[in-house]
Ligand binder design. Structure first.
Ligand SMILES: Cc1cc2nc3c(=O)[nH]c(=O)nc-3n(C[C@H](O)[C@H](O)[C@H](O)COP(=O)(O)OP(=O)(O)OC[C@H]3O[C@@H](n4cnc5c(N)ncnc54)[C@H](O)[C@@H]3O)c2cc1C
Length: 395
């Protein structure tokens, strides 16, 4: 990643950047404090808020730190981006929703498809476009190597024609492009026959249908591809390199996302402490439950902080990121279970927007042990590839 030669010296390290960003986010003469407030109630409004916030941050340059100059950034790395999410949360400003996907797909595109990153990442930083991650299919989630969405080469230019379906695509109905993991080899080739393409979601033959979740909002989508033409220059990396890129990506999806969420969870714990009903404040069980939720979030912060440092230093985190993902699902579910208990009848019965937000966040945290790879799969990875435990047949 390019260094920060053009940045003021006090912003070149992440700690200095964090201090200056904190001041900017609370500067009353800036529009940035106007973005404070609770998360909007619908996905569409959250993405809209993200667009406006990114546009404003971009004018001042704050969200360009952590991304290379060649891709529209100002240099720096994962430490700058981690400080960015921490400071937004500390200032009470919801992070741009679309950055969840940018943090997942941005690093692999920078590494394996720098030309594509240079073409399209700057518009993400300006808030003008957002991306989606097209991995899962109805018959291929945990077993990703079984995916069937096919990209066949056709014509003299070696362009692709894509046919198939993706599902559970986060923010798919609001995205501009999708990083599509698809089959370019035979079905039997499993993970060796996969490639990754960056496909425009407004291409002829693409149909996107939002999926309404139990939260009541459209968090994910189904995406259908019927004879969709994709130019050969949209391959990320090489044809057949899809699995390696997906594995690189998962470190960010599990590690950097865990960091983003610890910042949000600490914010929620702060709000919860203010909303504990007066009679429950001195209750021992309530205090213990709040303490446990804080501990789970602190464990997530400590662990994902290590991962962010390793990623920033260019290390391969690989299967270790499964521990971050498990701590993430535990912290998400513990914090929101405690909120449900502590807020009492208000959590279930109150018709107001505040209670609705707690309920909807609680519902979404149920998915934390599924998205990004289920908890069972993460435990399997840790057992096999980190702890090197014997398989069931080896005992
Ligand atoms: C809110 C949400 C957002 C998502 N966003 C995206 C996205 O943006 N892009 C994307 O591509 N996907 C996304 N997903 C999909 C997600 O990655 C998959 O749901 C997940 O990997 C599980 O796959 P599956 O749903 O097909 O379940 P399955 O693989 O069918 O698993 C069903 C159950 O069996 C268990 N199981 C399966 N195999 C094993 C095994 N070998 N050992 C032990 N247990 C096993 C699983 O743990 C699970 O409990 C999202 C999912 C959710 C819920």
């Amino acid at each position: 990643m390019a260094d920060l030669v053009s940045a003021p010296p006090d912003l070149r390290d992440a700690a200095g950047y964090a201090t200056s960003l904190a001041a900017a986010l609370t500067d009353p003469s800036s529009p940035l404090p106007g973005f404070r407030g609770p998360e909007a109630s619908t996905t569409e409004l959250r993405v809209e808020h993200g667009r406006a916030l990114l546009a404003e941050l971009h004018i001042q340059g704050w969200n360009r730190y952590g991304w290379p100059v060649e891709a529209g950034g100002l240099g720096g790395g994962a430490r700058h981006r981690a400080a960015f999410y921490d400071e937004l949360s500390r200032a009470g400003i919801p992070a741009p929703e679309q950055n969840v996907i940018l943090e997942t797909i941005g690093p692999p595109i920078l590494r394996f498809g720098p030309d594509l990153a240079a073409r399209f990442l700057p518009a993400c930083l300006r808030g003008e476009e957002s991306w989606a991650q097209g991995f899962s299919e109805p018959e291929a989630g945990s077993d990703l190597a079984a995916l069937r969405c096919r990209a066949s080469r056709e014509g003299p230019d070696g362009d692709f024609v894509v046919n198939g379906q993706k599902t559970w695509t986060t923010l798919g109905h609001l995205a501009t492009r999708i990083a599509l993991l698809c089959r370019t080899g035979s079905t039997e080739s499993r993970h060796r026959g996969l490639s990754m393409l960056l496909v425009d979601l407004d291409s002829p033959g693409v149909t996107v249908r939002p999926i309404r979740m139990s939260t009541g909002t459209n968090e994910t989508a189904e995406v259908f591809f019927t004879d969709v033409r994709v130019r050969a220059d949209r391959v990320i990396g090489e044809v057949g390199q899809g699995w390696a890129i997906a594995m690189y990506l998962l470190q960010y999806e599990r590690g950097m996302y865990a960091w983003m969420r610890q910042a949000v969870l600490f914010g929620l714990l702060g709000q919860l402490a203010e909303q504990v009903p007066a009679g429950a404040r001195e209750n021992g069980a309530t205090r213990r439950a709040l303490g446990e939720a804080r501990l789970a979030t602190a464990a997530l912060r400590a662990r994902s902080g290590v991962t962010v440092r390793r990623l920033a230093d260019g290390e391969t985190v690989g299967p270790d990121a499964s521990a971050d993902k498990l701590l993430l699902s535990r912290a998400e579910q513990t914090v929101l279970d405690v909120a449900r208990r502590v807020l009492g009848p208000m959590f279930v019965l109150d018709p107001g927007a505040e209670a609705e937000r707690w309920r909807s966040t609680w519902f979404y945290t149920r998915a934390a042990s599924i998205y990004g790879g289920s908890a069972e799969i993460q435990r399997g990875i840790l057992a096999d590839r980190v702890l090197m435990l014997p398989g069931e047949n080896d005992r």
